[in-house]
Write a protein that binds this ligand. Structure first.
Ligand code: SF4
Length: 257
């Protein structure tokens, strides 16, 4: 029988949900900082980083009827796209029918979010969308997340879910630019968010990002400089009183909260 994964309290997933679930391996978003790829490398899901782009759906995982005692993050280590949409929606319905609340985390594709919204009206109160938007700059997103939808498309999906009456939230983790851009991001997206907007730094940047290419090396330096402790404190001081802002551990450590 399939079971949800229990998250370690305080871990990347555990900061958001006590449980997670995935039905696939691999992700065509190919984010340069992907943590899921490294976990798959470590635990045998793939044998080299280049394989991560080849998505596989594990159909045996669609059937799940467990009722968890807390919200389930689904997915946490892949995304939802045309390759897995039917499998994803089938699984989502099973999880919702069992009475669970679900945190849907995605770099969203509008058509997928429309399909999920259209087919989940009876479970609206059990769903919280969390869309990852680390920058509003199309070129910056394309550099770091070359296979993911551009930020404008993600904002369209956010607006769609908001207008359809779903609970919505945003993850700017990892932030892909500096504190000024992060403040603009908050101000731009806040009107379409019913829940929270999370900020976090790019964790374990040395392990995650391959810097053999000079452009990637320069981009890592840019992230380090613009997310210096001093700049993170400026971001915190600017947004700390906004009601929807939330800080991930990577950032709380810097400001001491
Ligand atoms: S969306 Fe998530 S799982 Fe997919 S490549 Fe990016 S970080 Fe990895």
């Amino acid at each position: 029988m399939n079971k949800f994964n229990e998250a370690t309290p305080g871990s990347r997933v555990g900061e958001w949900a006590p449980y997670s679930y995935n039905i696939g391996t691999g992700c065509q978003n190919i984010c340069k900082y992907c943590y899921g790829r490294d976990i798959a490398l470590q635990f045998g899901g793939i044998s080299d980083r280049a394989q991560w782009v080849h998505e596989k759906v594990h159909h045996s995982k669609l059937d799940i009827s467990e009722k968890a005692d807390g919200i389930v993050m689904f997915p946490s280590m892949h995304d939802v796209n045309d390759n897995n949409l039917i499998a994803y929606m089938t699984t989502l319905k099973n999880i919702l029918e069992a009475g669970n609340s679900v945190l849907i985390v995605s770099k969203p594709r509008l058509n997928c979010i429309q399909s999920i919204c259209d087919s989940s009206n009876d479970y609206k109160d059990q769903i919280l969308f969390r869309f990852t938007i680390g920058s509003l700059n199309e070129d910056v997103c394309k550099f770091w997340e070359p296979g993911a939808p551009n930020p404008q498309a993600r904002i369209a999906a956010l607006k769609h879910a908001f207008d359809a009456g779903y609970q919505t939230s945003v993850s700017a983790e990892p932030m892909l630019e500096g504190y000024r851009e992060a403040i603009t991001l908050y101000d731009t997206l806040e009107p379409y968010v019913t829940d929270t907007i999370w900020f976090g730094k790019m964790d374990d940047i040395d392990d995650r990002v391959d810097v053999t290419n000079p452009a990637d090396k320069a981009a890592v330096k840019y992230i380090r400089d613009f997310q210096s402790d001093a700049n993170i404190r400026l971001l915190y001081d600017s947004l700390k009183d906004r009601s929807k802002v939330r800080w991930k551990m990577s950032l709380r450590k810097v400001v001491g909260i």
